[in-house]
Write a protein that binds this ligand. Sequence first.
Ligand code: ADP
Ligand code: MG
Length: 701
Amino acid sequence: MSNKIERIFGKNLFHDEVMKQYLPPETYAALQRSMTGGEELDPEAADVVAEAMMKWAVERGATHYTHWFHPLTGVTAEKHNSFIELDGKGGIRLSLSGKSLIKGESDASSFPSGGLRANFEARGYTAWDCTSPAFLKEDNEGGGVTLCIPTAFCSYNGEALDQKTPLLRSMEALNKHALRILRLFGDTETRRVITNVGAEQEYFLIEREFFEKRWDIRLTGKTLMGAAPLKGQSDSSHYYGAITDRVARFMNELDEELWKLGITAKTKHNEAAPCQHEMAPVYATANIACDQNQLVMEMMKKIARRQGLACLLTEKPFPHVNGSGKHNNWSIGTDTGHNLLEPGKTPYDNAQFLIFLSAVIRAVDKHAALLRLSCASASNDRRLGGYEAPPAIISMYLGDDLIDLIEKVKSNVEQPERALTLRFGVPTLPQVYRDSTDRNRTSPFAFTGNKFEYRMPGASQSISECNTVLNTIVAESLDHIATRLEMADDFAAEVREIFRDILFGHERILFNGDGYSKQWEEEAARRGLPNFTNTVDAIDALKYPQTRRLYETYGVFTAPELDARYEVLLEQYTEQVLLEARVAADMARRQVMPVCTEYMSRFAGWIVASRTAGLDCSAMDDDLVALDNACAKLGRRLERLEKVLRLSLPGDKKAAAVFARDEVLVKTQALCSACNSLERLVPRDLWPMPTFDDMLYEGIE
Ligand code: ADP
Ligand code: MG
């Protein structure tokens, strides 16, 4: 193999080929059965797998292993153990037992648990997720290598304390009910239905030097203050623009590191905002895609640091230009490789496609609030509804062809077929077939030919949450449909009937127009679609009786687990808002204020001196007055914020979050806008931190 990709791809992944090579055939077969949910791996087989995994890892330089899991922090967690064990004869030997592979114990009282655990019952367990392959993490500077075993994480009583467990449960639910439908359509071959996910990851790169000098970016991941850059992104030159050498070096190293981990890094390009870029891998099974996306984010940060850059994943690191999202492409497929959302050439006659499509329509309309909540965070609140971001209202775009089809079904009237070829009008250019759907970049949930693209998730968020919601709500709809079909006398007639019922019942969720327009906001309100502009309002969806019924029925969350998540979400929101407020207040008090007052007194000195010299100082007078007013305003706003920060928070978590939103956040924003006015009045070289112009236009671009 001579190509670089082929040489390094999957080098650090315990993938199928490696398993075949390192495991005896009967253990390999047992592991395969366990991976498809067929049966539990017996302890002897687990010992053999563990031994093989360790051998493979040690041959590649590993000294440690870790259970790698996804607590409710949004990032991953790991605690390393070396393979060292005493051999009983005064020496040591290397060991990884089946027990250590399957189960880990951690003192997890410091992870968010929303009241599911108290400090005195701090035991938490991690359990091996054999469906996601183990991998090696290389620590390039120290030369260390660690075997990472993907695991689920639960409390002493078995409640899920992580993002993975509910996702796996939701995949089971969807599998169960999708299989019922497939069997009704006469499919006897499919053994498992899975959801496939491809996450397009947007990110910003800035010079490390700028990052180091901005306490807001260092501590909160984004700028909290800054006057609008002189050049925004209005000339659209960055989108798909030629990639500079500096950025290419980052992207190349990222590709290589991801390929080594078996992550199929595929697409890379410059995005709309200056310094903004995107990477998308080829899609994978939802669970694996979520694990991989965490590694993508981790790698981006690590490589940026190595190369003297900083990678910003926060949703809206700079106001005035686009924020970063994570477009979650989602489809339903079979283990035989069939995409159940593929309309085929004649969707009208493709009853099975119509059934799966209607299941998604019904699900998204019924549980729009839950889907919205799946990407709610204090950071994403700054993005949703702003500039390029999709609005906070969930609607679905199906494209003209499917809308024609829907009209056809509703009215029984034939619509004219659309021409599917494009002609450029230049004989040397080929005639190309166009897709059956156009793009609608303003839709939060768009059908893009054979998958849905959910565009609301924020760039820094784990995609487990939105995929857990999608799988569960669609499982519920498939259950509903399967039950109807199972009772029907005339199957074909019932299929059409179900499709019509769902279209008539859930038409309000379909919208093909401009999702960013004011008219849509009004229209959506008339249609009764929820519009939660912030996390605190969105969070109530977890308390809806229909949400609780949904999750309990499909075994995705128990009632205590839901209560815990409700608390954790509120706590995280409040903490984030308070942190931003403290950082903004500190920057205003210790960076902006001293510079401005010092400059003002120097300015006053110049005026006095100039007057003494007999000069006319009226222009300077005006500037000084403007500066004085702006400083006074900053002082007043700073005092107000500091006062509110000294108050104790309401004990109730919801009340605390409301307080954070209505008192703290509002006052932080007012303070930051006062700083921004001052930035315009103080000479560039005196300003105490890199400006937007510096960070976005002076660095790597
Ligand atoms: P876009 O044009 O939307 O920017 P990209 O090529 O950047 O498209 O990303 C599209 C993503 O969708 C990729 O991760 C791709 O693998 C994924 N994708 C393609 N087909 C499917 C599918 N059937 N199910 C899930 N994801 C898919
Ligand atoms: Mg893309």
